[in-house]
Ligand binder design. Structure first.
Ligand code: AMP
Length: 399
C-alpha cells in the first residue's frame, strides 16, 4: 500500500479553516505552514493571536469563512455546536473535506455529565459523581458522596471557574445560590437552574494528562504522560514526561485510545487525569475531562517531541500520516500570565524557548509560554528556579 492511496485528501487541500483564533490557532498555523497549508480563522476578537498568520472572519462572515477553506478544525472548546454540525454535514455531502474533530466529540466535551458518563460506559475510571438539579438533590449528594465534595456547572466552566468546594453541610445554601439557583434579588429563581454535577473530592497525589493524535485511517499515536501544576485554577507548569509514571502509562493510553475510537475522533485530544490510590493502596488514574483540541499541557512538544501536537493535529486534519510522538528531551513548560518577562533574561538561561502570543497584557491572561530543556538534564531544577525568577507572575512556582 502506498501512502498516496492511503492518504488522498492532502492532495486537494490547500486551506484549513480553524474555528477560533487564539494562541492555539496561531500555533496550529505555524505548524501548517511548513507542510504547505495556510489557515484562515473564525474569530470575533480583533487582533487575535492568529491574525498574524492568516485571514480572520467574524462569525457574521461564516459563509465567507466556509468558502475560503477546504477542511475545518477548531481550537476553542466552547465553540458553538451549530457551525461544527453544519461543517460536518457539508463534508458528509462532499462539499467540504471534513470537520475534525466531529461534532459528537465537541458535544461530549462541553457537558461534564455526558463526559463522565461516557468515561464510565467505556470502563474508564472517574471520581464518583452525581447529577444535581435541585437543592434537595445537592443535600442528598452530600450524604451519598460524603464531604468535602466539588460542585461544578455541567456546562460552560473553564480554568476552575463555575466550581464550589463544599466542606460542611452549612455550605449547601451558598453553593446552590452561586451555581444552581440563578436567583433574583427577591429570592425567586430567574430560570431553570443550570445542570450541575457533584463530584467526590479526590485527595489526588498528582495531576497528569495524556495527549494523543488519531488519523483518518484510525491509527493512534500517544505522547508521554505529563505532570501539570495549577495556580488558582490555571495551568502554571507542565513537566514532560511526568517522572515516575511509567506504571500508569498503559491505562492512560488505553483510556484515550478507547475514547478516540468510540468518538471516531480525528486530530489531537487531551485527557486530564488525577493520580490517586485505589482501595489496595496502589496508584491509579481517574479521568477528569477531555479537551477536544490541542492542549496547553502539550506545548512542550513543539521542541520536546519528535512531532509536536500542533503538527500532528494538522497532519490528521489534512489526511497525512501521523509523526512520531516520542519525547526527545525532558522538558518543562511554564505559562506566562498577565505580564511579559524580560525576554533577554529568559533567553539568557540555557535551553529556553520563548513563544509570545502577541496579546496585550491583562491580569491572569495567558500571553506566552516558555519551554525549558537544558542539554544537561541535571541542571533542570536550577535552570527552572532561575527561569521562575524572570516571570513577573510567578504563579506560586517560587515556593
Ligand atoms: P476542572 O475544571 O474539572 O479541570 O477542575 C479544575 C481543578 O480543580 C482541577 O485541576 C483540580 O485541581 C481541581 N478538582 C477538580 N475536580 C476535583 C475533584 N473531584 N476533587 C479534587 N479536586 C478537583
Amino acid at each position: 500500500m502506498t501512502q498516496a492511496t492511503a492518504y488522498p485528501a492532502s492532495q486537494t487541500i490547500h486551506t484549513i479553516g480553524i474555528l477560533g483564533g487564539g494562541q492555539l490557532g496561531m500555533m496550529l498555523a505555524e505548524a501548517a505552514m511548513p507542510l504547505g497549508y495556510r489557515c484562515v480563522f473564525l474569530e470575533d476578537s480583533a487582533n487575535c493571536p492568529a491574525s498574524l498568520y492568516g485571514e480572520v472572519y467574524t462569525t457574521e462572515q461564516l459563509e465567507d469563512f466556509i468558502a475560503a477553506a477546504d477542511v475545518f478544525t477548531l481550537e476553542f472548546e466552547n465553540t458553538p455546536l451549530a457551525p461544527v454540525e453544519q461543517l460536518a454535514q457539508l463534508s458528509a455531502q462532499g462539499h467540504k473535506q471534513g470537520m475534525y474533530p466531529p461534532p459528537q466529540a465537541l458535544a461530549v466535551a462541553q457537558d461534564r455529565l455526558e463526559e463522565k458518563s461516557l468515561f464510565n460506559q467505556l470502563n474508564i475510571a472517574t471520581v464518583p459523581f452525581i447529577a444535581v438539579s435541585s437543592q434537595a438533590e445537592l443535600q442528598q449528594a452530600c450524604d451519598t458522596l460524603g464531604l468535602p465534595l466539588v460542585l461544578k456547572t455541567s456546562r460552560g466552566g473553564y480554568d476552575g471557574k463555575g466550581q464550589f468546594v463544599l466542606k460542611t453541610l452549612a455550605d449547601v445554601d451558598q453553593a446552590w445560590q452561586e451555581l444552581g439557583g440563578a436567583v433574583n434579588g427577591n429570592g425567586s429563581l430567574t430560570s431553570t437552574p443550570a445542570p450541575l454535577i457533584a463530584e467526590g473530592f479526590i485527595n489526588f497525589s498528582r495531576e497528569v494528562s495524556i495527549l494523543a493524535a488519531r488519523a483518518q485511517d484510525g491509527s493512534i499515536r500517544t505522547y508521554d504522560l505529563v505532570e501539570n501544576h495549577h495556580h488558582e485554577g490555571i495551568l502554571a507548569k507542565t513537566q514532560a514526561p511526568a517522572v515516575g509514571t511509567s506504571h500508569l502509562l498503559a491505562t492512560a493510553q488505553t483510556a484515550i485510545s478507547t475514547l478516540m475510537t468510540h468518538l471516531d475522533y480525528v486530530g489531537v485530544m487531551a485527557l486530564e487525569l488525577f493520580v490517586s490510590k485505589d482501595t489496595d493502596g496502589n496508584d491509579t488514574v481517574l479521568a477528569n475531562e477531555i479537551a477536544p483540541r490541542v492542549h496547553n499541557s502539550g506545548h512542550w512538544s513543539i521542541e520536546g517531541a519528535v512531532t509536536s501536537q500542533f503538527e500532528n493535529h494538522i497532519r490528521a486534519v489534512v489526511g497525512l500520516p501521523l509523526g512520531d510522538t516520542d519525547n526527545v528531551h525532558p522538558s518543562v513548560m511554564l505559562n506566562v500570565l498577565g505580564q511579559y518577562p524580560d525576554v533577554s533574561a529568559v533567553l539568557a538561561i540555557d535551553g529556553t524557548h520563548y513563544h509570545t502570543y502577541h496579546k496585550e497584557e491583562r491580569a491572569d491572561r495567558k500571553i506566552a509560554h516558555i519551554t525549558l530543556m537544558p542539554t544537561d538534564v541535571a541542571k533542570l531544577d536550577d535552570a527552572l528556579a532561575a527561569l521562575v525568577q524572570t516571570l513577573p507572575n510567578k504563579m506560586g512556582l517560587d515556593r
